[in-house]
Design a binder for this molecule. Sequence first.
Ligand code: AKG
Ligand code: FE2
Length: 406
Amino acid sequence: MSKQLIAAGPPRNPLLLPHIDDALLAHVLQRPSDELAKATRPDFVGNPRSPVQWSRNDFTRMEGNREDLMDWTSVLSQFDAEAFLRDGACVLKGVMTPKAIDAWSEALLQGQQYNDRLISGDWKAIDWPRLGRTFPTASVATRDISKALGGSQLLPQSDDEAGVLTLRQHSVFAEYFSAGHVDFLMNVLTHPQMLDLQRLCLGTKTVYFDHNQLLSRAPGYGGGRWHSHKIGAGHDDGVVVDDLEVYRRQPNINLTLCYPQGFSADEDGGLKLVAGSHLFRDPTGCRADDDAALRAGWMQGQQHPVTGKPLEIEHLDLAPGSIVCCLSHAAHAVSPKALERATRWCSLFCYRKTDEDSGIVQPPQAVPPVWALKAQRGELPATLTQLLQHSFDRQLTGGRVGIFDE
Ligand SMILES: O=C(O)CCC(=O)C(=O)O
Ligand SMILES: [Fe+2]
């Protein structure tokens, strides 16, 4: 393996590649999936029965014990398909059932604990070769480890010298693909109500998984910049669209942000949105450090392409049990979290749809290789296999390997 390959981290969707150049990774992907699954769960994290090591019976038990996640009547009374497409986001206030709020909150705390144990553990005890790479030549600085504890997306990951990208890719960190670590979150990922919500938002029958993360914002969190996300396939070019059906036909992505404990609008790690910003399809230009910079820059003089109203920043204020759905191109940011406030909990479940013009599904952003392998080998239940189909099926992705390939 060349040094450059180590620094760049493993390929994102290895099973879509016609050939894997890296012999160590290629070997791992030929072995039984149990071996890779075990390597992704180091003993020191203390999570031996996580979903990645489940048998078929475990999945059957999960499906059999399922209860509602949401009050569906409340979802339907708040969801307006036309407004969602027009504004690029919808807020479903307090839709989780009381039981789901408790279970979800518990699951996010549990996931954060697994993540913290991995971050502060002894990475020399990780079976790196069984994850398909050589032992790292560097380690994460102690001060970076302490800064990352209790929160999400905080470990430096500009390269893979210390193995952070490898651990992310394989979902050794519980924050990336948390559904593989905590049973309730696997239940959410494949829950009929969650999938129905995706069908409502994306306006399509068949949906695919894209990525799943813990988004814990601990006291002292400095806030998240304004940004939006690319969808690929040549649709991120900044060409404004005012025909909502044209917009709907794109290979879109729906970020589903689930906040079991909610948040308030001020210094609480809350989400901020700009209605109508998705129609600009401008993930490259639509960026700013804070609200003032977005107003003075990208938003200046801009109007909603459909309603003609000036674009406006909205600071959300959400009751416990709320869910926000946000289309990929919609501008969003996160408020800072004051030191005296408690952690803001969130789990992100992101799904995607087919490009209705080409029939192609873009490859997923983050399916850990072990899950792609299990799906390809028929080791998973039908619903999950279908959700992960584009992580291994080259016909479905039209030979595309990267998320943003055209
Ligand atoms: O933390 C949040 O509420 C949003 C995070 C975010 O922007 C993202 O995951 O893309
Ligand atoms: Fe985002």
